[in-house]
Design a protein around this ligand. Structure first.
Ligand code: GRF
Length: 207
C-alpha cells in the first residue's frame, strides 16, 4: 500500500480525485495526510474523508530553508507514523501547491515527490502556464505529471495528457478543461507508481 501525503494551496479538486480514487476497491494507495501553505479551501475534502490536515505557512518562518525544514519534519512525522506497518511505502504529491519547494525539502525526499502541472512540459513551466500557452498562440496544451527536482517544473516527465485549444476560449475555460483530464491522469499515475509500473528511482537517476 502506497501512503500519500498531498500538498495543496487552492480548490483541491485534484486532491478530491485522489481521495475518491483511494476509496475504489483494490486501490493501491491511501491518503494519510494533507498539507497546505495557507487556509486552502480544498482542505475541506480531506476533512470530509477523515484525513489529517495541517497548514504550514511560509510567513511564519524567517526564510525558505526554515519553512522547508518545518514542512519536511511535519511530513516525516506522518510518514514514519504509517511506515511502522511492515513495508509501507510513501509518496509526496504536490497537487496545486503554488510554491516552489525549497532545496533542503527536495533533497530530503527526492525522488519520491511528484507534481502535476497544467501544460505540456517542457513548454510553459511556472505559475501562469495556461495564460502563457494562450499568449503564445498555442493550438494545444494539456497537463504533465512529473518528478520534482531543483528546477521549476523541470523534473522527469512521468505522464501527459493533451487537449486542443478552441478559438475563443478564455484562460479559465482552458484551465477547467485541462483539469478534467488532469485529475484522472494524476490518479492513474499514482496507481502506476504504487504498482511499481513507474520506477521513480530509475527515472531520477537517468534524468
Ligand atoms: C491544477 O491545474 C494544477 O496543475 C495547478 O493548479 C491546479 C490546481 O487545481 N498547479 P486544484 O486545486 O486541484 O483544483
Amino acid at each position: 500500500m502506497l501512503n500519500l501525503v498531498v500538498l495543496i494551496s487552492g480548490s483541491g479538486t485534484n486532491l478530491k480525485a485522489l481521495l475518491e480514487g483511494a476509496k475504489q476497491q483494490e486501490a493501491p494507495y491511501r491518503v494519510v495526510a494533507v498539507f497546505a501553505d495557507c487556509d486552502a479551501a480544498g482542505l475541506a475534502y480531506a476533512v470530509e474523508h477523515g484525513v489529517k490536515t495541517r497548514v504550514i505557512a511560509p510567513g511564519e518562518y524567517p526564510g525558505r530553508p526554515e519553512w522547508g525544514q518545518a514542512l519536511a519534519d511535519a511530513i516525516e512525522e506522518e510518514i514514519s507514523g504509517v511506515s511502522v506497518s511492515a513495508g509501507a511505502d510513501w509518496l509526496i504529491v504536490s497537487a496545486g501547491f503554488m510554491r516552489i519547494l525549497p532545496r533542503n525539502f527536495v533533497d530530503r525526499f527526492s525522488p519520491r515527490i511528484i507534481n502535476t502541472h497544467p501544460a505540456l512540459l517542457p513548454k510553459y513551466p511556472g505559475a501562469h502556464a495556461v495564460r502563457d500557452a494562450l499568449a503564445d498562440g498555442a493550438h494545444e496544451t494539456g497537463c504533465t505529471v512529473h518528478l520534482i527536482d531543483h528546477g521549476v517544473d523541470t523534473g522527469a516527465i512521468l505522464r501527459q495528457g493533451r487537449i486542443t485549444i478552441g478559438p475563443e476560449e478564455t484562460e479559465s475555460e482552458v484551465h477547467e478543461r485541462i483539469k478534467e483530464i488532469e485529475r484522472p491522469l494524476l490518479v492513474q499515475t499514482v496507481c502506476e507508481i504504487a504498482r511499481g509500473d513507474i520506477d521513480l528511482k530509475n527515472l531520477a537517476a537517468s534524468a
